[in-house]
Design a protein around this ligand. Structure first.
Ligand SMILES: Nc1ncnc2c1ncn2[C@@H]1O[C@H](COP(=O)(O)OP(=O)(O)OP(=O)(O)O)[C@@H](O)[C@H]1O
Length: 464
């Protein structure tokens, strides 16, 4: 088998030599050059499995090299060599498409970890394994809406580099699921995925939880303990509810991320850690930064790339597929038949806003399965709270009631929840059709449902 090849671009001879020796010991064949011009030439003459480039070069910069490789050799991972503590350069490199970065002075152990991860990525791509896995695991992310397709495509891209990703979105939208998929579809898949709920760790235990401690370092530390960073070695650390980190911990975390090393409490030495950081919160982190409750430098560091998972009400076309998926999973757990939604139940879900997003849909369906007779779930089994019915569905009905001088329709007065909901739907649909001059495509868009769903509803509600 041919040895794997690496191109090193750095104008400092010491760095070139260090990398050549270290990578050579890993049985890699290394070409080392000192300028962008020489790099261009080398890249034109042969293809490499991996590239390291310095930021500042005599005739240009590393950013140019990253862009050149992204354009001509999109499958080649590039790692940036940055000056110690130069967060801006590291962040810019990751944004430009660098796979990862190493800061000077280069830590050999860390370098080896990075090389192994990068080459695993190359190998997976070559064997087509990455693509197969992508399909497998993205099957778990249900939803065909344009918004979800976009999220799925972004996950695939983000899985391939090592940049920290900040996953934004309301509670229950699927942020943790997205984080898991980024991990599983990338070269760290065989390493651990360690989720941490930052809001659940008592402030005084946080440092020990994250970085570990040495026996005897404080009262109660009776044995050496490994921290979460060490537990995630070679894999991914998912910082859920990252906004809950106290400020003193934010400083320590920033340091660990920047230096890729941690020092256990009571320990003398720093331990290098090769961990990818993903984080999430349902809070507005940008706003917390403005209010001084979250450190700007940490925000900048973990938010190299932001992925927003939209709330369910912005992709309500996904509700039927999600419901079917959840009902199947519930049947698998209980051993009963797969629950089916009655048409009225489907309409009721369609009119609901899901403030608790997919997790709420799971809870609603689980409760409904317990409530319903047999396997058919009716609208009343869903027990939807009225607060969540879409404003655009309720308001027109109220207008009409007011215009007609009647009291607002209530479920009990009008022959049950189904009729009540159908009336709300009819009013909302007619209003949307009028406002869009009877253009069904535009009306469906206004209502936030698919064209097919609108056609179905028009037929069901007897609207011509
Ligand atoms: N698109 C989806 N397809 C299938 N299941 C999903 C999807 N989105 C979310 N879920 C499921 O919904 C539940 C909530 O998702 P998850 O815990 O990832 O949300 P979250 O955004 O991290 O919530 P929180 O902010 O409360 O931590 C999980 O059981 C998850 O598997």
């Amino acid at each position: 088998m041919n040895p794997q090849t690496v191109l090193v671009i750095d104008d400092e001879r010491d760095i070139r030599e260090l990398l050549t020796i270290t990578l050579g010991r890993m049985d890699l064949q290394v070409d080392a050059v000192g300028t962008v011009g020489e790099a261009r030439r080398a890249l034109g003459e042969r293809s490499y499995d991996l590239c390291f480039t310095d930021m500042r070069l005599p005739d240009g910069n590393g950013q140019e090299v990253i862009e050149l490789i992204a354009a001509n050799h999109p499958d080649m991972p590039v790692a940036m060599i940055t000056a110690y503590g130069n967060v801006d350069a590291a962040v810019n490199a990751l944004k430009a498409g660098a796979f990862d970065f190493v800061s000077k002075p280069v830590d050999i152990q860390m370098l080896r970890g990075l090389v192994r991860t990068a080459l695993r990525l190359v190998e997976e791509k070559r064997n087509g394994g990455g693509a197969a896995k992508t399909n497998d695991s993205s099957d778990r992310l249900i939803g065909d809406s344009a918004a979800m397709q976009q999220v799925r495509a972004t996950i695939g891209k983000l899985a391939r580099n090592q940049a920290p990703v900040y996953i934004a979105g309301e509670s229950g939208v699927g942020k943790e699921l997205v984080a898991r998929l980024i991990h599983e579809q990338g070269p760290r898949a065989s390493g651990p995925f360690v989720p941490v709920n930052c809001g659940a760790i008592p402030s005084e235990l946080m440092e020990s939880e994250f970085f570990g401690h040495r026996k005897g370092s404080f009262t109660g530390a009776s044995v050496d303990k490994e921290g979460l960073f060490q537990a995630a070695q070679g894999g991914t650390l998912f910082l859920d509810e990252v906004a809950e980190l106290p400020l003193h911990m934010q400083v320590k975390l920033l340091r660990a991320i920047q230096e890729k090393a941690v020092r256990p409490i009571g320990g003398r030495d720093e331990i290098p850690v090769d961990v990818r950081i993903l984080s999430a919160t349902h809070k507005n982190l940008g706003q917390l930064v403005e209010q001084g409750q979250f450190r700007q430098d940490l925000f900048y560091r973990i938010n190299v790339i932001e992925l927003r998972v939209p709330p369910l009400r912005e992709r309500r076309g996904d509700v039927p597929l999600l419901s079917a998926f959840i009902l199947k999973a519930l049947a698998g757990k209980s051993g009963d038949g797969v629950g089916q939604l009655s048409p009225a139940a489907r309409d009721a879900l369609d009119a609901y806003d899901f403030p608790g997003n997919v997790r709420e849909l799971e809870n609603i369906l689980e409760r409904a399965m317990a409530m319903c007779d047999g396997a058919i779930i009716d609208a009343s089994d869903l027990m939807l709270p009225q607060r969540g019915v879409r404003a655009d569905a309720v308001t027109p009905a109220r207008h009409e009631d007011a215009a007609a001088g009647t009291a607002p329709a209530s479920a009990s007065a009008n022959g049950g929840l189904d009729d009540y909901i159908s009336n709300l739907e009819r009013t909302a649909i007619v209003k949307a059709l009028e406002e869009s001059r009877y253009n069904k495509t535009a009306a469906a868009r206004k209502l936030g449902i698919t064209f097919r769903a609108l056609r179905y509803k028009l037929k069901k509600l007897g609207i011509d």
